[in-house]
Write a protein that binds this ligand. Structure first.
Ligand SMILES: Cc1cc2nc3c(=O)[nH]c(=O)nc-3n(C[C@H](O)[C@H](O)[C@H](O)COP(=O)(O)O)c2cc1C
Length: 212
């Protein structure tokens, strides 16, 4: 009988602690959700401004958004993504497109590709990747300046065959012992520019700030 009572008390105590524990976790989650979202937004805004600096536009990039569909082969997004527009007055001076290279060495490489009205790359930044430290991670601006080699490039400069790594006869350097990662990024950036050209009227000619 005593054993029965003590195991019932044990079970009740366990249930109370479990409830307290999960309450505490969800409380902490609720409290940290807003600051985390704010920090993510600030980090994103910083990257957008690296691509289109303040002097190049007069709108708030982070607020001038356009929804982009998942699974368009040229952007490679696995879920719908958000693009951003840089404006001077009512004219769209450039767009920043999210793009996913699905063929990185270690899976998806998520990028932001800025393209201006003339079709030239304004800048490319890596949002996330799992490439190997010391090899594929040189796509990250914190590790090397390689990603800046896309600046000002267009689909005719270099010519289309040049949109490949040097090992494949193209114009973009690969890294020593790591060709897979830069090959994937070069292809994704080229496709994103193609997307911006194919969807020029939607991306560049919309007068309102956000039709999503
Ligand atoms: C443990 C390990 C990690 C590697 N990580 C990468 C990487 O992150 N990016 C990459 O391009 N290659 C990486 N490589 C090298 C690739 O396997 C490949 O040899 C290299 O990219 C050259 O590709 P290629 O034969 O197409 O020129 C890694 C190799 C090993 C053994």
């Amino acid at each position: 009988m005593r054993t029965l009572i003590s195991s019932a008390i044990g079970a009740a105590l366990l249930a109370v602690f479990a409830a307290l524990g999960s309450g505490l976790i969800s409380g902490v989650h609720e409290q940290t959700k807003a600051p985390i979202a704010a920090a993510e937004r600030a980090a994103e805004a910083k990257q957008l401004l690296e691509i289109f600096p303040d002097a190049s536009h007069d709108n708030q990039l982070i607020d001038d958004t356009i929804m982009l569909n998942a699974n368009d082969p040229l952007l490679g997004l696995r879920t719908p993504g958000i693009g951003y527009r840089a404006r001077v007055g009512s004219q769209v001076a450039g767009v920043i497109l999210p793009a996913t290279a699905r063929d990185g060495y270690s899976g998806d490489i998520r990028l932001l590709v800025g393209v201006d009205r003339t079709g030239a790359v304004a800048g490319v930044r890596v949002l996330s990747h799992r490439e190997t430290p010391g090899l594929g991670d040189k796509i990250d601006l914190k590790k090397s300046s390689w990603i800046l080699s896309f600046d000002r490039k267009t689909l005719s400069n270099p010519v289309i065959q040049g949109w490949a790594v040097t090992k494949d006869g193209g114009d973009f350097d690969a890294f020593t012992g790591a060709t897979v990662t830069p090959r994937a990024v070069v292809a994704a950036v080229k496709s994103a520019i193609e997307y911006s050209q194919n969807n020029r009227s939607t991306l560049f000619e919309m007068p309102e700030a956000d039709e999503s």
